[in-house]
Design a protein around this ligand. Structure first.
Ligand SMILES: [Zn+2]
Ligand SMILES: [Zn+2]
Length: 293
C-alpha cells in the first residue's frame, strides 16, 4: 500500500493533444494507476486536451492545467536558442493569450503560403491559394499540409518523403517560423493569471541551452520557477539549477515529461515537492487547480 504521507506530483506530461500517445482521458487514468496525487497536462503550445482531462479526472487526483510553450531566448553567448516554458493555471480565454494564438495561427498560414508559392515558382504542381483555401481556419497550418498536397499531386509517394526531400529546414522552400520571445511568453502568461517555469533548462543533450545569466534575466522578468528534476538533467545540471533557483528565489519543480510510449520515461519518474506546487497555485489566478470527485 502507498504511504499516505508521500504526496507524488508530476508537473509535465504530454497527451495526444500534442506528441504524447495517451489521450487526455487515458493520461489522467494512467496517473491515477501510477499512484500520483497531482499531475499537470502540458501539451506543446495548446490547451486542447484540458477539457477531456478535466472531464475524466479520477477521484482525488488533482489536475494542473498547463501548456509547454516553444519560445526563443538570447542564449547568453551572443546567439539565440529555442527554449520551452511551462505555463500553468492561466486563463486560455484571456485577451493576451487569444491575441497570441491568433497571431501564430495567421503566421503559420502566411508561412505555408510562402513555401507553396516558392515551390509553384519552381514548377511544382501546388497552388498556395487553393491549399490555404481548403484548410479550415481553426486548423494550425503546417508543412504536413503541403506534404499531403505533394503526395496528392504525385510528386512524392509519402509525407515522409516530402519532408526528407523538399520540406526540411535546409531547403530553400522552407520558411522558418517566428517564435515568441521567452520574456513575452512570461508576460502573456502572467497577464492571463498564470505562472511560468523554465522546462529542462540545462538539458544539453537536447541542443544548445541558455546560460545561467539568462535564467537570472528571466527571473527578473517574472519567471516563477525552474524545472530541476527532469530525466534529461544529469546530477551536475540539477545542482547548478538548484543553486540558481536559490539565488533568484525561484520555485523548483520536478517532472517526468511523460510522452506515453513515445518515450521510455514513466509517469512520476521525477516529482515536485507539494510545498512548491502550493506556491505555484497561490500565485495563479487564471485557471484553478481541479480535483477529481
Ligand atoms: Zn520540452
Ligand atoms: Zn515536454
Amino acid at each position: 500500500m502507498r504511504k499516505t504521507d508521500t504526496v507524488r506530483i508530476d508537473l509535465h506530461c504530454h497527451s495526444t493533444a500534442s506528441d504524447g500517445t495517451d489521450t487526455p482521458a487515458e493520461l489522467v487514468a494512467a496517473a491515477h494507476r501510477a499512484g500520483l496525487d497531482a499531475l499537470a497536462i502540458t501539451d506543446h503550445d495548446t490547451t486542447a486536451g484540458w477539457a477531456e482531462a478535466a472531464a475524466a479526472l479520477p477521484p482525488g487526483l488533482r489536475l494542473v492545467r498547463g501548456a509547454e510553450l516553444t519560445c526563443v531566448s538570447p542564449d547568453g553567448r551572443g546567439g539565440w536558442c529555442t527554449i520551452h516554458l511551462l505555463a500553468y493555471l492561466f486563463d486560455p480565454q484571456a485577451e493576451a493569450v487569444v491575441a497570441e494564438h491568433a497571431r501564430t495561427r495567421a503566421e503559420r498560414r502566411t508561412r505555408l503560403h510562402t513555401m507553396a508559392t516558392r515551390m509553384a515558382a519552381d514548377g511544382y504542381p501546388v497552388d498556395a491559394d487553393t491549399l490555404l483555401g481548403d484548410l479550415p481556419a481553426d486548423v494550425p497550418a503546417g508543412r504536413p499540409h503541403l506534404a499531403q498536397a505533394l503526395v496528392r499531386a504525385g510528386v512524392v509517394e509519402s509525407v515522409d518523403q516530402a519532408f526528407a526531400e523538399l520540406l526540411h529546414g535546409r531547403n530553400h522552400y522552407h520558411v522558418p517560423s517566428h517564435k515568441t520571445l521567452a520574456v513575452d511568453a512570461i508576460d502573456m502568461t502572467k497577464a492571463a493569471g498564470g505562472v511560468t517555469v523554465l522546462a529542462h533548462g540545462f538539458a544539453h543533450r537536447r541542443g544548445p541551452t541558455v546560460s545561467a545569466e539568462v535564467i537570472g534575466d528571466m527571473a527578473a522578468a517574472g519567471l516563477d520557477g525552474v524545472e530541476v528534476d527532469h530525466p534529461d538533467h544529469d546530477p551536475e545540471a540539477r545542482a547548478r539549477l538548484r543553486a540558481l533557483a536559490d539565488r533568484h528565489d525561484l520555485i523548483v519543480t520536478g517532472s517526468s515529461d511523460y510522452h506515453g510510449t513515445n518515450k521510455t520515461v514513466r509517469l512520476g519518474a521525477e516529482t515536485t515537492d507539494p510545498a512548491m506546487l502550493a506556491e505555484l497555485v497561490s500565485r495563479a489566478s487564471g485557471a484553478g487547480l481541479l480535483v477529481g470527485s
